[in-house]
Write a protein of this length. Sequence first.
Length: 221
Amino acid sequence: MPVLLAACAASQPLPSASPAAPIAFAPAPVPASPVFSSDASDAVRYSDTANPDEPFPVKAVNLAKVDPQFLKQVVPNTTGEAPGTIVIDPHERHLYLVQNDGTAIRYGVGVGREGFAWSGQAYIRRKLEWPDWHPPAEMVARDPHARPYADGMPGGPGNPLGARSMALWEGNRDTLFRIHGTIEPYSIGKAVSSGCIRMMNQDVIDLYSRVPLGTKVVVRG
């Protein structure tokens, strides 16, 4: 695994026992063929009233600007992974959370642009609500938009990490890559990030509530 310099956040290592040894990847998911369309439940799920208990407002998503295939769906589990596993397919721009009944919850994601992609197997070792953003020095050096926040940006509605962040670790090493929300929901389905997996805030809040620390994450190459 190459040294990871393009991640969207930095953090201090947290002491913890090493997780179980990695397991070989399962076959890639079979591409889905049905045409999905949004409905009334989507309008409610992605509205600005869907998460009334949040400390900051979660803006509504204009569903007319999002390809319906990137909205939350329940689909057959074709990942070959065990229930509770997160599987991310950067090529499809989908994240799957495997369920116990032969299905998976599928969410649309934004992924790393060319030169910033990462693949491998990791575990969620840190979860944060409305996280602060601490761009790594490499990002500050290359991105003028990150330079004003070299010392960090507090969590909130203008923070690029959005409403939730889940840190991916390999053993006792923080990869610096995250599954996180976004203030740019219309980037979902595109390769635009600095390596991290971004989700619409409504979706990352939902995923965050479903996965515990220690969840296995498989990011396909």
